[in-house]
Design a protein around this ligand. Structure first.
Ligand SMILES: Nc1nc2c(c(=O)[nH]1)N[C@H]1C(S)=C(S)[C@@H](COP(=O)(O)O)O[C@H]1N2
Ligand SMILES: [Mo]
Length: 262
């Protein structure tokens, strides 16, 4: 009897051989990716820095990425999108106090306070708190978020910023790209882009939990802008201005995201 012809089979790779081959492949990949990463890192290191001053001085390509993210969220939070609101009963009874930059001077005189609006004309507009309280009141209960990692459901009342702008015939000025707000002493200041300024939930607040705002929370008038983190919710507004370029912004100068949207 003839022996059945054995099929010629390729000898299976020995375990040792397999490991060697894997190592070779992974080391190759490691060096290829690693080389790419080093090259990318060098490219980033040598990339020009963005114009200093307004923002914290990130490398230009990084800022481009940040701006892309920003654009995504801007569209997401366009004025047709509103942040979640809650029933009044859910609001905290004791509102947290964060920082007091620009509002800790003892000689501040609430009685003589006026909101100064820089209209670009020779004279600023000066508006008293009673004129603001006479406008239709809007209330909002929402989750206030601080970048430091806390949040709290809070209840605020005041005039819608867009109503205020219309009433004082500032709507034309408000078509500029940015609004700048500063404390009366100029020590805390924020820049806000137009869409967030005109957002239907943005208010100039003079009440919290149905009571007048206390000094630590920004009396007599503060900004409540729910589409943004706490840092942009300026307490004790002294000066309002409009511009097409970014106004100075306290925390953006320290490297925080200028937009600081939620
Ligand atoms: N003038 C002024 N406004 C300010 C601040 C500040 O230090 N000074 N801190 C901001 C920050 S970081 C937050 S979280 C909120 C906190 O507001 P609250 O103290 O009323 O909770 O106010 C914002 N507005
Ligand atoms: Mo904050």
């Amino acid at each position: 009897m003839e022996q059945p012809i054995k099929k010629k089979v390729k000898a299976p790779l020995s375990v040792e051989h397999k490991i060697k081959r894997r190592n070779f492949i992974s080391f190759g990949a490691f060096f290829a990716l690693g080389g790419g990463a080093v090259a990318g890192w060098k490219w980033l290191l040598n990339a020009p820095e963005e114009t200093p001053g307004i923002t914290g001085g990130a490398k230009a390509p990084l800022r481009r990425a940040l701006n892309k993210t920003e654009l995504f969220f801007r569209n997401f939070f366009s004025n047709n999108h509103t942040v979640k609101t809650y029933p009044k009963e859910r609001a905290a009874k004791t509102i947290r106090i964060n920082s007091l930059i620009g509002i800790d001077d003892d000689d501040f005189d609430e009685k003589n306070w006026k909101l100064e609006v820089k209209t670009g004309g020779l004279q600023s507009l000066r508006i008293g708190i009673d004129e603001i309280k006479a406008l239709p009141k809007t209330e909002i209960v929402f989750d206030f978020k601080c970048v430091e990692g806390w949040d709290q459901i809070q209840h605020w009342g005041g005039v819608k910023l867009s109503d205020f702008l219309n009433h004082f015939k500032l709507d034309e000025l408000a078509t500029k790209n940015y609004m700048g707000l500063e404390t009366p002493n100029g020590e805390y200041y924020v820049g806000l882009e137009r869409d967030s300024v005109l957002h239907p939930q943005t208010i100039l607040a003079y009440e919290m939990n149905g009571q007048p705002i206390t000094i630590e929370h920004g009396a007599p008038l503060r900004l409540i802008i729910p589409v943004k983190y706490g840092i942009k919710n300026l307490k004790r507004i002294g000066v309002m201005s409009f511009s097409n370029s970014r106004p100075r912004d306290y925390w953006a100068e320290q490297g925080y995201d200028y937009y600081s949207g939620l």
